[in-house]
Design a protein around this ligand. Structure first.
Ligand SMILES: Cc1cc2nc3c(=O)[nH]c(=O)nc-3n(C[C@H](O)[C@H](O)[C@H](O)COP(=O)(O)O)c2cc1C
Length: 183
């Protein structure tokens, strides 16, 4: 049997009462339909040393990432920046997919800024993303998506692209380390 592709789902928000829990639950439910993936969750809200060690391990083991981010003041949350900046090698030559949410913009300005940050870290930002505008109106009180068709279709595309990139880059990293490319 082919080894599973390890995907780390990363929370962007650490706010009390965050919508992030609802959105991450939906992302996990979508991922569960894909046999190809093994999934870890990284939540920067856990701040003790044990959590940080677990973050390091999960980021290192990941073949690819799904960053689930809200938009705060036309950018992404500081806690997410802190998590990203605390690591370097873990991101290199791996794909990053984005699921964003917010008010009218659905978090697209947060994602556009994240693209630049991840490019600096030698990660590959996927073009295909999932955008959830007016996020409060997208889920019912039990956290179920009210009109799942369009976001689920977008998620399917995102996951297919992520699978392709994660596979391709895992093979490439195995053949030659990324550092070797410039020596
Ligand atoms: C400090 C702050 C700033 C925000 N700025 C924006 C913004 O610039 N654009 C937008 O679309 N939504 C904005 N929002 C709405 C959030 O994206 C929305 O509340 C989202 O649910 C926040 O994610 P969270 O609940 O998981 O923390 C802002 C919310 C907060 C708390």
């Amino acid at each position: 049997m082919q080894e599973k592709i390890r995907i780390a789902v990363i929370y962007g928000s650490v706010r009390d009462g965050r919508m992030a829990d609802t959105v991450v639950s939906w992302v996990k439910s979508q991922l569960s339909e894909w046999q190809a993936f093994a999934v870890d969750v990284i939540d920067p809200a856990g701040r003790d040393a044990e959590d940080e060690g677990a973050h390091d391990h999960k980021l290192n083991a990941a073949d690819g990432f799904i960053v689930v981010t809200p938009e705060y003041n036309h950018s992404f949350p500081g806690a997410l920046k802190s998590l990203i900046d605390s690591h370097f090698w873990e991101w290199q030559a791996k794909p990053v997919a984005f699921v964003s949410y917010g008010a009218a913009s659905g978090g697209i300005r947060a994602v556009e800024q994240l693209r630049g940050v991840f490019a600096e870290l030698h990660a590959v930002g996927l073009r295909d993303a999932v955008i959830l505008p007016n996020v409060w109106s997208q889920f019912d009180e039990d956290g179920a998506m009210i009109e799942p068709e369009r976001p689920s279709r977008a998620m399917k595309t995102l996951l297919a692209r992520l699978q392709w990139w994660a596979n391709a880059l895992a093979h490439a990293r195995q053949a030659h380390t990324y550092q070797e490319a410039v020596t």
